[in-house]
Design a binder for this molecule. Structure first.
Ligand SMILES: *Cc1c(COP(=O)(O)O)cnc(C)c1O
Length: 394
Protein backbone atom coordinates (compact mmCIF):
# COMPACT_ATOMS: atom_id res chain seq x y z
CA UNK A 1 0.00 0.00 0.00
CA UNK A 2 0.91 3.66 -0.31
CA UNK A 3 2.84 5.05 2.65
CA UNK A 4 0.21 7.79 2.85
CA UNK A 5 -2.93 6.72 4.73
CA UNK A 6 -5.79 5.97 2.37
CA UNK A 7 -8.28 8.43 3.94
CA UNK A 8 -8.07 10.78 0.93
CA UNK A 9 -8.49 7.97 -1.57
CA UNK A 10 -5.66 8.09 -4.03
CA UNK A 11 -5.67 11.32 -6.01
CA UNK A 12 -3.95 10.89 -9.36
CA UNK A 13 -3.27 14.51 -10.31
CA UNK A 14 -0.28 16.25 -8.74
CA UNK A 15 0.80 19.83 -9.26
CA UNK A 16 4.27 21.19 -9.54
CA UNK A 17 3.81 24.92 -9.61
CA UNK A 18 1.19 27.63 -9.48
CA UNK A 19 0.89 31.12 -10.84
CA UNK A 20 -2.07 33.39 -10.14
CA UNK A 21 -5.26 31.44 -10.83
CA UNK A 22 -3.40 28.66 -12.68
CA UNK A 23 -1.82 25.39 -11.63
CA UNK A 24 0.59 23.30 -13.69
CA UNK A 25 0.71 19.54 -13.21
CA UNK A 26 3.79 17.35 -13.34
CA UNK A 27 3.24 16.82 -17.09
CA UNK A 28 3.18 20.58 -17.64
CA UNK A 29 -0.58 20.73 -18.29
CA UNK A 30 -2.23 24.00 -17.23
CA UNK A 31 -5.42 24.10 -15.14
CA UNK A 32 -7.58 27.06 -14.13
CA UNK A 33 -7.90 26.64 -10.38
CA UNK A 34 -11.48 27.31 -9.25
CA UNK A 35 -10.92 25.10 -6.20
CA UNK A 36 -8.18 27.28 -4.70
CA UNK A 37 -7.15 24.57 -2.25
CA UNK A 38 -10.77 24.53 -0.98
CA UNK A 39 -11.19 28.30 -0.61
CA UNK A 40 -7.69 28.73 0.80
CA UNK A 41 -5.51 30.30 -1.92
CA UNK A 42 -7.52 33.52 -1.81
CA UNK A 43 -4.82 35.48 -3.65
CA UNK A 44 -4.02 32.70 -6.10
CA UNK A 45 -0.66 30.95 -6.28
CA UNK A 46 2.72 32.58 -5.72
CA UNK A 47 1.32 36.05 -5.10
CA UNK A 48 4.45 38.26 -5.05
CA UNK A 49 3.41 40.11 -1.87
CA UNK A 50 2.91 36.83 0.00
CA UNK A 51 6.10 35.27 -1.35
CA UNK A 52 8.04 38.35 -0.22
CA UNK A 53 6.47 38.33 3.26
CA UNK A 54 7.08 34.60 3.71
CA UNK A 55 10.68 34.58 2.49
CA UNK A 56 11.61 37.69 4.44
CA UNK A 57 10.19 36.21 7.64
CA UNK A 58 11.75 32.80 6.92
CA UNK A 59 15.18 34.39 7.01
CA UNK A 60 14.51 36.03 10.40
CA UNK A 61 12.42 33.84 12.69
CA UNK A 62 9.97 30.98 12.23
CA UNK A 63 8.66 29.90 15.57
CA UNK A 64 9.03 30.83 19.21
CA UNK A 65 5.80 29.49 20.87
CA UNK A 66 3.39 31.57 22.88
CA UNK A 67 5.73 31.51 25.87
CA UNK A 68 6.94 34.79 24.33
CA UNK A 69 5.19 37.79 22.88
CA UNK A 70 4.79 37.74 19.09
CA UNK A 71 4.56 41.34 17.85
CA UNK A 72 3.05 40.41 14.46
CA UNK A 73 0.32 38.49 16.30
CA UNK A 74 -0.57 41.63 18.21
CA UNK A 75 -0.56 43.58 14.96
CA UNK A 76 -2.81 41.11 13.12
CA UNK A 77 -5.20 40.93 16.09
CA UNK A 78 -5.46 44.72 16.23
CA UNK A 79 -6.12 44.96 12.51
CA UNK A 80 -8.79 42.23 12.59
CA UNK A 81 -10.51 43.84 15.55
CA UNK A 82 -10.53 47.21 13.78
CA UNK A 83 -12.12 45.54 10.75
CA UNK A 84 -14.77 43.50 12.58
CA UNK A 85 -17.11 43.18 15.57
CA UNK A 86 -14.29 41.61 17.58
CA UNK A 87 -12.27 42.98 20.49
CA UNK A 88 -9.70 40.18 20.69
CA UNK A 89 -8.31 37.28 18.67
CA UNK A 90 -6.77 33.88 19.40
CA UNK A 91 -4.68 32.23 16.70
CA UNK A 92 -4.47 28.54 15.85
CA UNK A 93 -3.66 26.47 12.77
CA UNK A 94 -6.82 25.15 11.15
CA UNK A 95 -10.54 25.56 10.79
CA UNK A 96 -11.59 22.77 13.07
CA UNK A 97 -9.28 24.09 15.76
CA UNK A 98 -10.76 27.55 15.34
CA UNK A 99 -14.26 26.15 15.82
CA UNK A 100 -13.18 24.08 18.83
CA UNK A 101 -11.74 27.27 20.28
CA UNK A 102 -14.91 29.19 19.49
CA UNK A 103 -17.13 26.61 21.20
CA UNK A 104 -14.76 26.42 24.17
CA UNK A 105 -14.85 30.22 24.49
CA UNK A 106 -18.67 30.18 24.44
CA UNK A 107 -18.80 27.53 27.19
CA UNK A 108 -16.16 29.30 29.24
CA UNK A 109 -18.01 32.63 29.00
CA UNK A 110 -21.05 31.16 30.74
CA UNK A 111 -18.95 29.25 33.28
CA UNK A 112 -17.03 32.30 34.47
CA UNK A 113 -20.26 34.30 34.56
CA UNK A 114 -21.84 31.94 37.07
CA UNK A 115 -23.53 29.50 34.68
CA UNK A 116 -21.35 26.41 34.35
CA UNK A 117 -24.52 24.46 33.52
CA UNK A 118 -24.73 26.32 30.19
CA UNK A 119 -22.40 24.36 27.97
CA UNK A 120 -24.44 22.91 25.08
CA UNK A 121 -24.48 24.30 21.54
CA UNK A 122 -27.30 24.28 19.02
CA UNK A 123 -26.00 23.48 15.54
CA UNK A 124 -27.59 22.92 12.14
CA UNK A 125 -28.30 19.92 9.97
CA UNK A 126 -25.96 19.68 6.95
CA UNK A 127 -23.36 21.77 8.74
CA UNK A 128 -19.62 21.14 8.68
CA UNK A 129 -17.30 22.37 11.40
CA UNK A 130 -14.29 20.11 10.92
CA UNK A 131 -12.99 16.68 11.81
CA UNK A 132 -11.99 16.65 15.48
CA UNK A 133 -14.13 14.43 17.69
CA UNK A 134 -16.03 17.42 19.08
CA UNK A 135 -16.61 19.12 15.75
CA UNK A 136 -17.78 15.84 14.18
CA UNK A 137 -20.37 15.78 16.94
CA UNK A 138 -21.36 19.36 16.19
CA UNK A 139 -22.35 18.34 12.63
CA UNK A 140 -23.26 14.69 13.25
CA UNK A 141 -22.75 13.76 9.61
CA UNK A 142 -23.17 9.96 9.82
CA UNK A 143 -20.58 9.43 7.07
CA UNK A 144 -17.95 11.35 9.02
CA UNK A 145 -18.80 9.69 12.36
CA UNK A 146 -18.81 6.12 11.06
CA UNK A 147 -16.44 3.98 13.08
CA UNK A 148 -15.48 6.69 15.55
CA UNK A 149 -17.77 5.75 18.42
CA UNK A 150 -20.59 7.70 20.01
CA UNK A 151 -20.62 11.40 19.16
CA UNK A 152 -19.42 13.65 21.98
CA UNK A 153 -22.23 15.15 24.04
CA UNK A 154 -23.00 18.86 24.01
CA UNK A 155 -24.47 19.51 20.56
CA UNK A 156 -28.16 19.66 19.67
CA UNK A 157 -28.97 19.66 15.97
CA UNK A 158 -31.91 21.48 14.38
CA UNK A 159 -32.95 22.07 10.77
CA UNK A 160 -31.96 25.44 9.28
CA UNK A 161 -34.59 28.11 8.61
CA UNK A 162 -36.95 26.81 11.28
CA UNK A 163 -37.12 29.13 14.29
CA UNK A 164 -39.72 26.98 16.06
CA UNK A 165 -37.38 24.00 16.01
CA UNK A 166 -34.55 26.21 17.22
CA UNK A 167 -36.56 27.70 20.09
CA UNK A 168 -37.73 24.21 21.09
CA UNK A 169 -34.11 23.09 21.33
CA UNK A 170 -33.12 25.86 23.78
CA UNK A 171 -32.81 24.58 27.35
CA UNK A 172 -31.28 25.99 30.56
CA UNK A 173 -28.08 24.18 29.47
CA UNK A 174 -27.78 25.97 26.13
CA UNK A 175 -24.71 28.18 25.79
CA UNK A 176 -24.56 29.02 22.11
CA UNK A 177 -25.97 28.81 18.61
CA UNK A 178 -23.29 27.83 16.08
CA UNK A 179 -23.84 28.28 12.33
CA UNK A 180 -22.05 28.85 9.02
CA UNK A 181 -23.55 31.91 7.25
CA UNK A 182 -23.25 29.86 4.06
CA UNK A 183 -23.05 26.13 4.59
CA UNK A 184 -20.05 25.11 2.51
CA UNK A 185 -19.29 21.39 2.55
CA UNK A 186 -22.95 20.58 3.23
CA UNK A 187 -24.03 21.84 -0.22
CA UNK A 188 -23.25 25.52 -0.49
CA UNK A 189 -26.50 26.51 1.13
CA UNK A 190 -26.72 30.18 2.09
CA UNK A 191 -28.62 30.92 5.28
CA UNK A 192 -31.13 33.70 4.67
CA UNK A 193 -30.23 37.11 6.04
CA UNK A 194 -33.55 37.20 7.92
CA UNK A 195 -32.77 33.87 9.53
CA UNK A 196 -29.37 35.13 10.72
CA UNK A 197 -31.10 38.19 12.19
CA UNK A 198 -33.65 35.92 13.91
CA UNK A 199 -30.80 33.85 15.36
CA UNK A 200 -29.22 37.02 16.76
CA UNK A 201 -32.56 38.03 18.31
CA UNK A 202 -33.10 34.56 19.81
CA UNK A 203 -29.57 34.53 21.21
CA UNK A 204 -30.16 37.92 22.85
CA UNK A 205 -33.56 36.91 24.18
CA UNK A 206 -32.27 33.73 25.85
CA UNK A 207 -28.83 34.98 26.88
CA UNK A 208 -26.99 32.70 24.42
CA UNK A 209 -23.89 33.47 22.42
CA UNK A 210 -24.07 33.54 18.65
CA UNK A 211 -21.09 31.79 17.09
CA UNK A 212 -20.39 32.03 13.36
CA UNK A 213 -18.23 29.54 11.53
CA UNK A 214 -16.66 31.73 8.85
CA UNK A 215 -13.84 29.28 8.17
CA UNK A 216 -14.89 29.08 4.51
CA UNK A 217 -16.96 32.27 4.06
CA UNK A 218 -14.53 34.68 5.72
CA UNK A 219 -11.67 36.78 4.45
CA UNK A 220 -13.35 38.21 1.38
CA UNK A 221 -14.78 35.02 -0.08
CA UNK A 222 -18.33 36.42 -0.40
CA UNK A 223 -17.27 39.94 -1.41
CA UNK A 224 -17.36 41.29 2.16
CA UNK A 225 -14.53 40.66 4.57
CA UNK A 226 -16.95 38.47 6.55
CA UNK A 227 -20.16 36.95 5.17
CA UNK A 228 -22.26 38.00 8.17
CA UNK A 229 -21.80 41.62 7.12
CA UNK A 230 -24.32 40.98 4.34
CA UNK A 231 -27.03 40.33 6.94
CA UNK A 232 -26.00 43.23 9.15
CA UNK A 233 -25.71 41.02 12.23
CA UNK A 234 -22.63 40.37 14.31
CA UNK A 235 -21.73 37.26 16.26
CA UNK A 236 -20.17 37.10 19.73
CA UNK A 237 -17.56 34.63 18.59
CA UNK A 238 -16.31 33.61 15.14
CA UNK A 239 -13.98 30.93 13.82
CA UNK A 240 -11.84 31.67 10.74
CA UNK A 241 -9.17 29.81 8.80
CA UNK A 242 -8.98 28.77 5.11
CA UNK A 243 -8.36 32.07 3.28
CA UNK A 244 -6.86 33.92 6.25
CA UNK A 245 -3.24 33.47 5.16
CA UNK A 246 -3.59 32.64 1.46
CA UNK A 247 -2.36 29.07 1.86
CA UNK A 248 -0.19 29.17 4.95
CA UNK A 249 -1.86 27.09 7.71
CA UNK A 250 -3.55 29.49 10.11
CA UNK A 251 -6.81 29.83 12.01
CA UNK A 252 -8.33 32.38 14.33
CA UNK A 253 -11.03 32.80 16.94
CA UNK A 254 -12.38 36.34 17.05
CA UNK A 255 -14.52 37.37 20.03
CA UNK A 256 -16.12 40.29 21.80
CA UNK A 257 -14.50 41.65 24.94
CA UNK A 258 -17.06 39.94 27.20
CA UNK A 259 -16.18 36.53 25.75
CA UNK A 260 -12.44 37.15 25.44
CA UNK A 261 -12.21 38.11 29.12
CA UNK A 262 -13.35 34.61 30.04
CA UNK A 263 -10.29 33.11 28.34
CA UNK A 264 -8.00 33.78 31.29
CA UNK A 265 -4.32 32.81 31.38
CA UNK A 266 -3.88 29.06 31.01
CA UNK A 267 -7.47 28.37 29.84
CA UNK A 268 -6.56 27.52 26.23
CA UNK A 269 -3.51 27.34 24.02
CA UNK A 270 -1.64 26.10 20.96
CA UNK A 271 2.05 25.43 20.42
CA UNK A 272 2.15 26.54 16.80
CA UNK A 273 -0.77 28.97 16.86
CA UNK A 274 0.03 32.49 15.68
CA UNK A 275 3.71 31.80 15.05
CA UNK A 276 5.80 34.47 13.32
CA UNK A 277 5.74 32.77 9.89
CA UNK A 278 1.95 32.41 9.87
CA UNK A 279 1.47 35.94 11.15
CA UNK A 280 3.74 37.44 8.50
CA UNK A 281 1.74 35.79 5.72
CA UNK A 282 -1.64 36.52 7.30
CA UNK A 283 -0.74 40.20 7.70
CA UNK A 284 0.41 40.31 4.08
CA UNK A 285 -2.83 38.65 2.93
CA UNK A 286 -4.83 41.24 4.83
CA UNK A 287 -2.85 44.04 3.15
CA UNK A 288 -4.23 42.90 -0.20
CA UNK A 289 -7.77 42.06 0.94
CA UNK A 290 -8.16 45.53 2.44
CA UNK A 291 -6.63 47.28 -0.58
CA UNK A 292 -8.65 49.91 -2.41
CA UNK A 293 -11.54 48.38 -4.33
CA UNK A 294 -10.43 44.77 -3.77
CA UNK A 295 -13.67 43.46 -2.23
CA UNK A 296 -15.72 45.47 -4.71
CA UNK A 297 -13.94 43.62 -7.52
CA UNK A 298 -14.72 40.30 -5.79
CA UNK A 299 -18.40 41.26 -5.79
CA UNK A 300 -18.23 42.22 -9.47
CA UNK A 301 -16.44 39.00 -10.41
CA UNK A 302 -18.96 37.01 -8.41
CA UNK A 303 -21.88 38.69 -10.17
CA UNK A 304 -20.33 38.11 -13.61
CA UNK A 305 -19.60 34.46 -12.84
CA UNK A 306 -23.07 33.88 -11.47
CA UNK A 307 -24.88 35.42 -14.43
CA UNK A 308 -22.70 33.40 -16.81
CA UNK A 309 -23.63 30.25 -14.89
CA UNK A 310 -27.30 31.13 -15.05
CA UNK A 311 -26.99 31.39 -18.83
CA UNK A 312 -25.34 27.95 -18.88
CA UNK A 313 -28.18 26.60 -16.78
CA UNK A 314 -30.69 27.94 -19.36
CA UNK A 315 -28.87 26.02 -22.07
CA UNK A 316 -28.41 22.87 -20.00
CA UNK A 317 -31.59 22.60 -17.92
CA UNK A 318 -31.23 18.80 -18.00
CA UNK A 319 -27.90 18.99 -16.15
CA UNK A 320 -28.21 21.99 -13.83
CA UNK A 321 -30.94 22.70 -11.34
CA UNK A 322 -29.75 25.91 -9.73
CA UNK A 323 -26.93 28.32 -9.02
CA UNK A 324 -26.49 29.68 -5.50
CA UNK A 325 -24.03 31.49 -3.27
CA UNK A 326 -22.49 34.89 -2.83
CA UNK A 327 -19.40 36.60 -4.17
CA UNK A 328 -16.88 33.98 -5.26
CA UNK A 329 -18.47 31.17 -3.28
CA UNK A 330 -20.84 29.67 -5.82
CA UNK A 331 -22.55 26.30 -6.02
CA UNK A 332 -24.02 24.68 -9.11
CA UNK A 333 -26.81 22.27 -8.21
CA UNK A 334 -26.53 19.23 -10.47
CA UNK A 335 -29.73 17.49 -11.59
CA UNK A 336 -29.97 13.73 -11.03
CA UNK A 337 -29.21 11.28 -12.53
CA UNK A 338 -26.16 13.44 -13.32
CA UNK A 339 -23.70 13.83 -10.45
CA UNK A 340 -21.52 16.65 -9.16
CA UNK A 341 -18.54 14.28 -9.38
CA UNK A 342 -19.15 13.60 -13.09
CA UNK A 343 -19.55 17.33 -13.82
CA UNK A 344 -16.37 18.09 -11.87
CA UNK A 345 -14.52 15.40 -13.81
CA UNK A 346 -15.76 16.76 -17.14
CA UNK A 347 -14.73 20.28 -16.06
CA UNK A 348 -11.27 19.00 -15.20
CA UNK A 349 -10.97 17.37 -18.60
CA UNK A 350 -11.63 20.87 -19.96
CA UNK A 351 -8.88 22.34 -17.78
CA UNK A 352 -10.96 23.64 -14.87
CA UNK A 353 -10.60 22.55 -11.23
CA UNK A 354 -13.68 22.64 -8.97
CA UNK A 355 -14.76 21.05 -5.66
CA UNK A 356 -17.76 18.85 -4.92
CA UNK A 357 -20.07 19.55 -1.97
CA UNK A 358 -23.10 17.81 -0.42
CA UNK A 359 -26.55 17.76 -2.04
CA UNK A 360 -25.08 17.04 -5.49
CA UNK A 361 -23.53 20.51 -5.68
CA UNK A 362 -20.36 21.45 -7.55
CA UNK A 363 -18.56 24.33 -5.87
CA UNK A 364 -16.65 27.15 -7.53
CA UNK A 365 -14.20 28.76 -5.10
CA UNK A 366 -11.78 30.64 -7.34
CA UNK A 367 -8.95 32.82 -6.07
CA UNK A 368 -10.36 36.27 -5.31
CA UNK A 369 -7.95 37.86 -7.79
CA UNK A 370 -9.63 36.50 -10.93
CA UNK A 371 -10.77 38.83 -13.71
CA UNK A 372 -12.96 38.57 -16.79
CA UNK A 373 -10.43 36.40 -18.68
CA UNK A 374 -10.52 33.67 -16.05
CA UNK A 375 -14.30 33.95 -15.70
CA UNK A 376 -14.82 33.53 -19.46
CA UNK A 377 -12.43 30.59 -19.52
CA UNK A 378 -14.22 28.89 -16.62
CA UNK A 379 -17.65 29.45 -18.16
CA UNK A 380 -16.45 27.97 -21.43
CA UNK A 381 -15.09 24.87 -19.65
CA UNK A 382 -18.31 24.45 -17.65
CA UNK A 383 -20.47 24.89 -20.75
CA UNK A 384 -18.51 22.11 -22.47
CA UNK A 385 -18.65 19.95 -19.34
CA UNK A 386 -22.46 20.30 -19.18
CA UNK A 387 -22.68 19.44 -22.87
CA UNK A 388 -20.62 16.29 -22.24
CA UNK A 389 -22.98 15.19 -19.47
CA UNK A 390 -26.07 16.10 -21.52
CA UNK A 391 -24.81 13.99 -24.41
CA UNK A 392 -24.54 11.03 -22.06
CA UNK A 393 -20.78 10.78 -22.25
CA UNK A 394 -20.08 12.17 -18.75
C1 LIG B 1 -13.07 23.60 6.09
C2 LIG B 1 -14.00 23.96 7.17
C3 LIG B 1 -13.74 23.62 8.51
C4 LIG B 1 -12.54 22.78 8.91
O1 LIG B 1 -11.36 23.39 8.59
P1 LIG B 1 -9.98 22.53 8.61
O2 LIG B 1 -8.93 23.56 8.37
O3 LIG B 1 -10.10 21.50 7.54
O4 LIG B 1 -9.89 21.93 9.95
C5 LIG B 1 -14.63 24.06 9.47
N1 LIG B 1 -15.71 24.78 9.15
C6 LIG B 1 -15.99 25.13 7.87
C7 LIG B 1 -17.20 25.95 7.58
C8 LIG B 1 -15.16 24.72 6.84
O5 LIG B 1 -15.46 25.03 5.58
Amino acid sequence: MSAVMPNYGHPTVAFERGEGAYLFDTDGRRFLDFAAGIAVNSLGHSHPHLVAALTEQAGKLWHTSNLYAIPDQERLAERLCALSFADAAFFCNSGTEAMEGAVKAARRYHAVNGHPEKWRSITLQSSFHGRTLAMLSASKNPKHLDGFGDPADGFDIVPAHNMNALRDAITPETAAIVVEPIQGEGGLRPLEDDYLRDLRAAADEFGLLLVFDEVQTGFGRTGKLFAHEWAGVTPDVMGCAKGIAGGFPCGAVLATEAVAQAMTAGSHGSTFGGNPLAMAVANATLDILTGDGFLERVRESGAALKSGLEAIMERHGGVLDGVRGRGLMIGMVVKAPHTNAALGEAARENGLLTVVAGENVLRLLPPLIIGQTEIDEALDALDKACATLASGHG
